[in-house]
Design a protein around this ligand. Structure first.
Ligand SMILES: [Zn+2]
Length: 120
């Protein structure tokens, strides 16, 4: 939409007014927030985003390593471990790992399920 407005203003020759930085900033902020929400919605569908769709791992020892290897969905930054909660379920131990981005401080929670040891 804003592009059309600008175009019309150009055609009518009324471009003399200086740009209004505050309004532009607000528009940029709004667009950024929209993008963040879009990314969050997308990330919510990824494996590990919820207790219902945990990332399956063979051993508890790889959970932290995998969590740390995950990148921030917003900016690609490194994630820092903030918390770790384990719950035993019939299908294995579910680990809830709380993370925060070192760069943009976006929080993230990753879910893992450690497969129970095989009976043999
Ligand atoms: Zn980030």
């Amino acid at each position: 939409m804003p592009r059309i407005h600008r175009l019309i203003r150009c055609q009518t020759g009324a471009v003399a007014r200086p740009p209004r930085p505050r309004r532009q900033q607000r528009e940029r902020d709004r667009e950024l927030r929209k993008q963040v929400r879009r990314t969050e919605r997308l990330a919510a569908t990824l494996p590990g985003a919820s207790a219902e769709q945990p990332i399956e791992v063979r051993s508890a020892s790889v959970v932290e390593e995998k969590a740390r290897a995950t990148r921030c969905i917003q900016c690609g930054g490194d994630l820092e471990l903030r918390g770790d909660r384990a719950t035993s379920t019939a299908r294995g131990v579910v680990r809830e790992i709380a993370l925060i981005c070192r760069l943009c401080h976006a929080p993230r929670t990753l879910w893992f399920r450690v497969a129970p040891p095989s009976p043999n």
